[in-house]
Write a protein that binds this ligand. Structure first.
Ligand code: HAX
Length: 440
């Protein structure tokens, strides 16, 4: 057994009594109430999911295992010659909550090279799709194709299924999925946009550097990949991709079924596709502006109002939980200030950042007028030559796999139940509205 799995076994065993005690001794303690607008309005803010892997504070933003983004980057061992930690170090941290030693990271790096070998039938399945399929379809199909080799599924069908140990098989699938999703994404990139001229894995490289290599990028894109995958990994459990993955896995579907479904949710324009929408919005804006015309605060303001007046959302702005600038936006902005401060697209995105919150406040609908992670991410990709912006959500999907997979391993480790909230009818809501609330 790998050291990481050994450590995880110990962590899960130590943790279990906490969950068991809460259910047994305090199961009926009230922690929230549900109102009609929450019921109709997307279950917003209802406290009904549990995760210890990340927590999203509306004012502060995300913490991974209790650490802010800068603290996470600071604490984890860095890739050789890099400012950023390896994805492997972060994976170990998300799973266990412990900062791994360099030796522990090296072991995961070596393990991922074995796990990361993608079976040929996955590529065949992707190649069987029309080439103008969206790359998120290709990614979702690629992940689903892996299901055939699910260890969890084999264990379930073995007749020896056991609720206490099934997490170990979920861990195998989750680790394989994380290790394989980046090479699958790289394959899709080269297949769809680079004449199917594939670049072989370089076994001397870590996860992020190998992804850069396989899509045909050079330094410092290795750091872009590491930063990008880590920043997009997890945003507690209520967002569509994480929640879908958790929900599907709660039926004891394996990691491949669950994450393929999660990716389909990520592909929505109100969620992960927003990064593609941001670039699309900017390109449309520049086209309308005409060649040689400089963006100004005035014409950016007008473009934002045009979008809002057309009944559309401003992509990259607003959030269901956050009520301030997303620290994932800030982290990417800091990268831009260091590496591409004079890039015209970065300057335009910075100008939108100056103007959009005021416009959204005046518009008066969005509860959070500040930028989210997607407002900044495309600029970096564009700068380094990854200009096929319909691919950007695939990059998000690679990163999000880390959080979703760590979560479903723990879900099985702690024996979380199949998810099944209760629905009501509109007539019931109307009755309770008349009566001033439901009588318990
Ligand atoms: N532009 C225009 N209107 C906006 C808006 C924006 N950026 N953000 C919210 N609103 C509107 C909503 O559409 C809603 O209008 P209606 O009452 O007419 O339905 C109203 O303001 C209240 O919405 P809210 O409570 O502030 O926000 P929600 O929790 O309902 O939605 C969203 C959160 C992120 C979906 C929303 O802010 C949005 O559509 N933003 C633009 C798309 C985007 O950037 N999505 C990515 C979010 C981050 C993420 O998940 N990344 O993956």
């Amino acid at each position: 057994m790998s050291k990481l799995k050994e450590k995880l076994t110990q962590k899960i065993q130590e943790f279990r009594p906490r969950t068991t005690r809460l259910v047994k001794e305090f199961g009926k303690v009230l922690i929230d109430q549900v109102t009609i607008d929450q019921c109709i309005g997307g279950a917003r803010d209802i406290r009904s999911l549990v995760t210890d892997i990340s927590y999203l504070d509306p004012q502060e933003g995300i913490r991974f295992r209790g650490k802010t983004i800068p603290e996470t980057f600071e604490a984890l061992p860095k890739a050789a010659g890099s400012d950023y930690p390896t994805v492997e170090a972060f994976w170990s941290f998300l799973l266990t909550g412990d900062i791994p030693t360099q030796a522990e990271v090296d072991e995961v790096v070596a393990e991922f090279k074995e796990r990361g070998k993608v079976p040929a039938y996955v590529f065949d399945a992707i190649r069987a799709l029309p080439k103008d399929s969206h790359p998120m379809v290709m990614l979702s199909v690629g992940i689903l194709a892996l299901q055939k080799d699910s260890e969890f599924c084999k264990f379930y069908n073995s007749g020896k299924f056991n609720k206490m140990t099934c997490w170990e098989y979920m861990y195998e699938d989750a680790s394989n999925l994380v290790a394989r999703i980046a090479p699958i994404a790289a394959f899709i990139y080269r297949y769809k946009y680079k004449n199917d001229e594939q670049i072989a894995v370089d076994p001397s490289l870590d996860y992020g550097a190998n992804f850069a290599h396989q899509i045909g990028q050079v330094k410092p894109y290795d750091d872009v990949a590491r930063m990008y995958f880590i920043l997009h990994s997890d945003h507690e459990s209520g967002n569509v991709s994480a929640h879908t993955t958790h929900l599907v896995a709660s039926a004891l579907s394996d990691a491949y079924y669950a994450y393929s479904a999660g990716l389909n949710g990520l592909a929505g324009p109100l969620h992960g596709l927003a990064n593609q929408e941001v670039l699309g919005w900017i390109m449309e804006f520049q086209k309308k502006l005409g060649e040689g015309v400089e963006p100004t605060k005035e014409n950016v303001t007008k473009a934002l109002w045009d979008t809002l007046n057309a009944g559309q959302v401003v992509p990259g702005y607003g959030h269901a939980v956050l009520r301030k600038t997303d620290p994932r936006y800030t982290s990417q902005r800091e990268f831009c200030l260091k590496h591409l401060p004079n890039d015209p697209l970065f300057k335009l995105v910075s100008m939108i950042f100056e103007v959009a919150p005021g416009v959204l406040m005046e518009h008066g609908k969005a509860k959070n007028p500040w930028p989210n992670v997607d407002a900044q991410s495309g600029v970096i990709q564009w700068y380094y030559g990854v200009r096929e912006w319909d691919f950007y959500t695939v990059l998000f999907g690679v990163g999000r796999a880390l959080g979703c997979m760590a979560n479903i391993v723990w879900d099985r480790g702690l024996g979380y139940a199949i998810e099944r909230p209760k629905s009501v009818t509109t007539a019931m809501l109307e009755k309770w509205a008349e009566e001033g609330g439901r009588k318990f």
